[in-house]
Ligand binder design. Structure first.
Ligand code: PLP
Length: 427
């Protein structure tokens, strides 16, 4: 059969039942797995054979769902994590440790920003945040001899900045380090970062992939393109023997296609235990089955709402990368020509206070710390997800104090617009 299209991979990827086997993926609700001999199990512990022994490291249900996402992104290996935060942490900590440095875009999801700027800094990993709109020279200046990775978000939450993938990939590769991209917002339906030079992709599957607000989760996918041994002095964790795993050298034993995910599983999942529950992986898979249908509708609704807001005189500004004239419209056309996401940000005349009034008057859109759900929701980040930032940091992150984030669900767009219209009229 010819290479499957992405819609087919959404529905059927990751699991092909044999004769008489369950049509839907089985939930392997078991912490442990049985073996006939100690030798059989020993081979698993030596990473000599593939298999399962304890769900803290790997579980068959999770692996089926990870394989589906791997196929959607066009990667060579993938793993699920308990959350998007765990995916972001593992993706960086797998290549950087105490004394190392990472270059990251300044417009990151608030949780990721805090993880990097506060918690991982406390672990001795230093981050330099650069504006995603920086010149190649400014980006170049952010690198240090101990830089181990470059990290960005394909569409920043909530700033809605579209990342210039080629600019960041070129800089990362010129310095012999991997380019890691959080692809949560466009999902692989609209954007496949590996096609533009990304080496590792992460997801908060909590968002569109699940899509129904039912399970927190994350995923890491490896493109298999990064040549670790070529830069073996930079990546001792991948390119020298792992004493905690019987002296295995991941990059030698598993090659470029498998080293990153095997190491992240064998070391980080083993030690941090941020596994996704198999039951949640099952829900995630249900979401993935309709991802291609839903993403289109989220995007159509967002476009209709963005156009309505743009025409409303009480709306001061609208930010949606799908809108012609948006600062990132051209980058969006280049990197995600079929759509961006269902999230819009905007500000009403009257700033912070007017935004609060408007939000109180909404009847259909619910106030939630969430996006990318089937049900429309909205948030005032300066009062919620980003409240640990001061005004300067807020502006650097592209999140002004008046910004309202509005995530278009799958309802009828006319109903969303009527709801916004009556709420904005209250100002
Ligand atoms: C929500 C989100 C995260 C964090 O994911 P959790 O699943 O909530 O841990 C990371 N990146 C982006 C872009 C997000 O929107």
């Amino acid at each position: 059969m010819s290479k499957q299209r992405i819609e087919t991979k959404c529905v059927q990827g990751g699991y092909t039942p044999g004769n008489g086997e369950p049509r839907q993926i089985p939930i392997i609700q078991s912490t442990t797995f049985k073996y006939n001999t100690s030798e059989d199990m020993g081979k698993l512990f030596d990473l000599e054979a593939e298999g399962y022994f304890y769900t803290r490291l790997q579980n068959p249900t999770n692996d089926m769902v990870a394989a589906k996402i791997c196929g959607l992104e066009g990667g060579t290996a993938a793993m699920l994590t308990s959350s998007g935060q765990a995916a972001s942490f593992f993706s960086v900590f797998n290549v950087a440790s105490c004394g190392d440095h990472v270059v990251a875009s300044s417009t990151l999801y608030g949780g990721t920003y805090n993880l990097f700027a506060v918690t991982m800094k406390r672990m001795g990993i230093d981050f330099t945040f650069v504006s995603p709109d920086c010149t190649p020279e400014e980006l170049e200046a952010a690198f240090k001899p101990n830089t181990k990775a470059v990290f960005g978000e394909s569409i920043a939450n909530p700033a809605l900045v579209v990342l210039d993938f080629e600019k960041f990939a070129n800089a990362a590769h010129a310095h012999g380090v991997p380019f890691i991209v959080d692809n949560t917002f466009p999902t692989p339906i609209f954007c496949r970062p590996f096609e533009w030079g990304a080496d590792i992709v992460t997801h908060s599957t909590t968002k569109y992939m699940d899509g129904h607000g039912s399970g927190v989760g994350g995923c890491i996918v490896d493109s298999g393109n990064f040549d670790w041994m070529k830069y073996k002095d930079k990546f001792p964790g991948l390119c020298t023997p792992d004493d905690s795993y019987h002296g295995i050298t991941y990059a030698e034993k598993f090659g470029n296609a498998g080293a990153f995910i095997t190491k992240a599983t064998a070391q980080l999942m083993r030690d941090f235990g941020s596994i996704q529950a198999p039951q949640n992986a099952y829900y995630l898979n249900l979401g993935l089955e309709s991802l291609h249908v839903r993403m289109k509708r989220h995007c159509e609704n967002a476009m209709a709402v963005a156009k309505y807001l743009e025409a409303n005189p009480k709306v001061a500004w609208v930010n949606y990368p799908g809108l012609e004239g948006n600062k990132y419209y051209e980058l969006a056309k280049k990197y995600m020509p079929e759509g961006t996401c269902g999230v819009i940000s905007f500000g009403v005349e009257g700033g912070r206070a007017a935004a609060e009034k408007m939000m109180k008057s909404l009847k259909l859109a619910a106030i939630e710390t969430h996006v990318a759900d089937a049900r429309t929701c909205c948030l005032h980040p300066a009062n919620a997800t980003h409240r640990q930032m001061n005004d300067e940091e807020l502006l650097a992150a592209g999140v002004g104090p008046d910004l309202v984030r509005y995530s278009c669900g799958l309802e009828n767009a006319d109903d969303l617009i009527e709801d916004l219209d009556q709420a904005i009229a209250q100002i």
